[in-house]
Design a protein around this ligand. Structure first.
Ligand code: 13P
Ligand code: SF4
Length: 285
């Protein structure tokens, strides 16, 4: 059982492996269990199936998807590639299998900077998250990074005012921000990083921390580190509804075979979508 940290902490704590998108991608190839339950959103379950086709992969709630995964059609990317054959197409892992099949390399938020730096190509189309893309662009100025306007509606809704409100309520606290947030928000961070980076920063920090990412991360930290205070930035906004569709009950029913959806992928599509994920694991693993 794999669970993204955005799940309810009760789910994170019963999973065999929990973590961010990159940790879950790596876990997909590491274990030889015949069946896998992915507690997360569809692209995460698809990634497991793409990397381990011999496994039977289930989602407790098949309708849990990522709002950014389908923002660009595979046809649009295919057309771009035909017109710009020298540009490397780099896709955030938060994309459908069909879109991955048109891309050269995938990244997650914790590996994006490292992988883009290591790419041979100078010209890179980075999709779909232009906020993460802007962060990568700043960290890797030697590359020419082309961005399209897409992104996470949850992280993308955070404003400078939200940060100012949290800072005035907790002036002593540091602030850790996910790079899916808008650039003007990221500029206010003491630490910018993916889910795994934020968890590490908070575990090591002597200070209390304001958390600017999905609420599951702050909930988990407060449960496991009661000696420190972690404050959720904009708690009413920082909830990914899709990540919250999975419940202990839906997991239990999936285990009993009474609920859930098995991921089935066309073999040709699976092989095409595996190429950029393999490239990601080779660069960033
Ligand atoms: P990471 O898991 O890479 O931090 O990405 C966050 C996210 O929004 C996952 O959907
Ligand atoms: Fe997608 Fe954003 Fe939800 Fe992550 S938090 S699954 S990027 S909509």
């Amino acid at each position: 059982m794999l669970a993204h940290t955005y799940m309810n902490p009760a789910i994170v704590d019963i999973a065999d492996v929990s973590g961010d998108s990159f940790a879950l991608s790596k876990a997909a190839t590491k274990y030889d269990n015949e069946k896998v339950i992915m507690c997360g959103v569809r692209f995460m379950a698809e990634t497991v199936k793409i990397l381990s086709p011999e496994k039977r992969v289930y989602m407790p709630v098949g309708s849990a998807t990522c709002a950014m995964a389908e923002q660009f059609s595979p046809e649009k990317v295919k057309e771009f590639k035909e017109q710009n054959p020298d540009v490397c197409v780099c896709a955030y892992i938060n994309t459908t299998a069909a879109l991955k099949a048109q891309c050269d390399v995938c990244v997650t938020s914790s590996t994006a900077v490292k992988i883009v730096k290591a790419l041979e190509a100078k010209d890179i189309l980075f999709i779909p998250d232009c906020n993460l893309g802007t962060f990568v662009k700043e960290q890797v100025p030697e590359k020419n990074i082309i961005l399209w306007k897409g992104g996470c509606p949850v992280h993308g809704s955070i404003t400078v005012d939200d940060v100012l409100t949290a800072k005035s309520a907790h002036p002593h606290a540091k602030i850790a921000i996910h790079p899916e947030c808008p650039p003007e928000v990221c500029k206010m961070a003491d630490y910018i990083g993916a889910t795994s980076g934020i968890l590490d920063y908070c575990k090591q920090s002597d200070d209390d921390v304001i958390i600017a990412t999905e609420k599951g991360v702050c909930d988990w930290l407060n449960l496991h580190y009661p000696q420190k205070d972690f404050y959720q930035l904009a708690p009413e906004k920082f909830i990914c509804r899709d990540m919250k569709l999975t419940t202990l009950e839906s997991i239990y029913k999936t285990l009993l075979g009474e609920a859930g959806e098995e991921i089935i992928l066309d073999e040709e599509l699976r092989i095409a979508a595996k190429r950029p994920i393999d490239a990601m694991l080779a660069y960033g693993g």
